[in-house]
Design a protein around this ligand. Sequence first.
Ligand code: SF4
Length: 378
Amino acid sequence: MTRGLYIHIPFCATICSYCDFYIIKNQDTYIEKYVDYLVKEFELFKELNPEEIIIDNVFLGGGTPSLLTPAQLDTIISKVKECFTLVSNAEISMESNPASIDEQKLNEYKSVGINRISIGVQSFVKKELGILKRNHSPGLAEKVVTDAVNSGIETVNLDLIFSVPGQSLASWTYSIEKALDLGTNHFSTYNLTFEENTPLWNKMQSGKVVKYNDEVDEFMYFTAIEILTNRGFDHYEISNFAKTNNKCRHNLNTWNSGEYLAFGVSSHGFFEGSRYKNISNLQMYYEMLSNGKLPIIDSVKLQDSDYSEELIVLGLRASGLDKAKIEKQIPSFFDKANKFMKELIEKEFISESETHYKLTSKGYALCDSITNKFLDFI
Ligand code: SF4
């Protein structure tokens, strides 16, 4: 069995207006200490789980992992290789922000093993970046994406956000077209969410910005699907598009209920049938590790019913409902869902292949309500 490995880097240089993650405003000395503790965490995990663990994808998420220097990244990857068996063609992926990478850093990241980079561009329009409080300009994003493509890192993903207050269909299309011109081979497009108590949410409450309605959201979403699929991208998950060989292994593993180890403050993992969570407090994370304890605060063994739910929820988001797996896990499911399934096929919300029932682009827009209905048939 191969597994994934997730590493959380909680630091950011500035905090974006819509962000509600557990984030710490960075100072360089923080990261040095954090890397030391990540190393301790890998070693302790290995000591407590001495059997061989084979890893086929590593994902550094955040926060802003690109605040790491190439040397710090090298320390982390080397330790992963020492403690676990990393397959020779493992995907090693990291999230990054345009303001914290440049040509030299990208080349050095590549030489320490990064073969997939995800860049948080969000928009190529200055006003929209201002509303989101991103700390980069459109020009910088363009330069950095070009450098990433030229660096030879195999997969370059761009994150883009739609339904930003004031964004027009023309400016949304402009950002997508601009990104396509730069030659990246993976896209993640997200609908802006107004999380409670974020600066953006407060602005909405005081009437300074207006949230678009569902119709606009849908229109923006379909526009992205149309442009990207027409340009040869496979819409392989609700928010993700890739060229044939550039699908993200880390994402696919998660959506297929694959196991993955998790390291770092506030990270979530899935190991030996249990979903677990690390503590979301940096000081306590350090303390627990200093006392020789893994910083896990919650671990729940997945029950049969949880697994059934995951097959439906994660399947619908990505590669579809796997007929064979579902028939084995929930024998009565397709009998119960038969009438509803027929309706969805007739309305072209779902398409059927020999092995799967998969949401169509039209169906993805209704993913939540379709999922809830299917869950009634478990
Ligand atoms: S860069 Fe990402 S994680 Fe950091 S503050 Fe912005 S949205 Fe949050």
